[in-house]
Design a protein around this ligand. Structure first.
Ligand SMILES: [Zn+2]
Length: 390
């Protein structure tokens, strides 16, 4: 049950806040929606006690790539399902809205959600309207810099970048011209690009080489679907990282998981990780079509990264402070501070042998699960939705 409380203490849990250098038993007291104290064994006095012994408490988790316009195309999902219903306090839509739909997005998605909903505006006027084929997104008639600029300037509080599909299917005969236009626009507006790689939807077109895409990216831009098995991914035919990938990483280009229906492949992930390339952001690429598996939610995606060898602290770091940096909001998101609005996740880690399943139904042994329990925003405590998970 969700509950509202003007004065409560989250008591007895292990707080992991990598940005603040905290890992230990800390209580958090919230008064009138703001963090009032973080400390050892805080007195509850007249406050409601949220008892979370044997739980993990973190700054509100951030899922940096989803599709959140319910009713739009095949994918749109209510943000609170992957958001506060999954123990996550911030979710970011990846390109559902072009400039034409941005006000609709703001009014009907961001303003109605219990979860904080941010947005990557689609380079294409159509945004996600055209469905998963995305074959006309790069039509030059559907890229209107002046209108995008207006939309971004009017919505800087929610816009974190520009989404573009860098696939043969989407770019077609336009080649990299749309990416060049996105680059110029991103530079002018001082916002990064979120670039989808991998031919996950269209198989009948020549893939775009990731090296050609990366030439146009710079520090702060984000490549999503870093573990895709589809043509156009980070690995060459021998399973080695293309040299341009290392160069890009060194120059500050960020890498996001973007699990989704198609783009988390454990074999690819192992090869990429073995060569030292680690994710900056962990995201579900959540939508209507993958909630019931293979994705489920961000905590389960984090547990899959643990099965790939990351520690709990590392995956929490990815989903908090690193996600905040990726979104250009360090300090504001991804860490807990006295005086700030409460923005907290509560998780349950369990030792359990299970087979983690990737987007191609490949499996690996996993030893722990991560279950969302609560998401706290201000004076609201949201209980995680029950969903069939592995
Ligand atoms: Zn996506």
């Amino acid at each position: 049950m969700n509950q509202q409380s003007t004065h409560f203490v989250i008591k007895g849990g292990r707080l992991i806040d990598p940005a603040a250098g905290k890992d230990g038993l800390f209580d958090i007291r919230v008064r009138d929606g703001k963090i009032d104290a973080i400390g050892l064994d805080l007195k509850a006095e007249d406050a409601t006690v949220i008892a979370v012994k044997d739980h993990i408490v973190t700054p509100g988790l951030v899922d940096v790539h989803l599709h959140l316009m319910k009713g739009l195309g095949a994918f749109g999902v209510d943000p609170d399902i992957f958001g506060v219903g999954s123990g996550v306090t911030t979710v970011v839509d990846a390109g559902s809205a072009g400039h034409t739909l941005l006000n609709v997005f703001r009014n009907y998605v961001t303003d109605n959600a219990r979860t904080r909903v941010l947005n990557y505006i689609n380079l294409s006027t159509l945004g996600g309207v055209s469905g998963p084929g995305y074959s006309i997104l790069a039509d030059p008639r559907l890229i209107d810099e002046a209108k995008i600029e207006q939309a971004v300037e009017a919505n800087r509080d929610i816009i974190v970048g520009i989404k573009i599909m860098a696939t043969g299917g989407a770019l077609g005969s336009q080649g990299l011209k749309p990416l060049e236009r996105a680059r110029k626009l991103g530079d002018a507006l001082k916002i990064p690009l979120l670039v989808h790689i991998g031919e996950s939807w269209t198989k009948d077109t020549a893939p775009v080489h990731v090296g050609d895409v990366l030439k146009h990216l710079r520090a702060g831009d984000i490549v999503t679907h870093m573990f895709t098995v589809h043509p156009g991914g980070l690995l060459d035919g021998n399973g080695n990282l293309w040299p341009q990938v290392r160069d890009a990483k060194e120059s500050g280009v960020l890498m996001d998981v973007g699990h989704g229906l198609h783009n988390l492949n454990f074999d690819v992930a192992r090869k990429v990780l073995d060569q030292g390339l680690h994710p900056d952001g962990v995201s579900t690429d959540g939508h209507r079509g993958n909630r019931a598996g293979p994705v489920y939610d961000l905590p389960t995606t984090m547990a899959k990264l643990m099965a790939l060898g990351f520690s709990l602290n590392q995956v929490v770091e990815m989903a908090t402070v690193n996600a905040a940096k990726l979104l250009g909001r360090p300090g504001e998101l991804g860490t807990l501070r006295v005086g700030q609005a409460a923005d907290i996740s509560v998780l349950k880690i369990e030792d359990k042998e299970w087979r983690a399943v990737d987007s191609q139904k490949g499996t690996i042994a996993a030893h722990q699960t991560i279950r969302p329990v609560y998401a706290v925003r201000g004076d609201m405590i949201y209980e995680a939705l029950t969903v069939e998970r592995p």
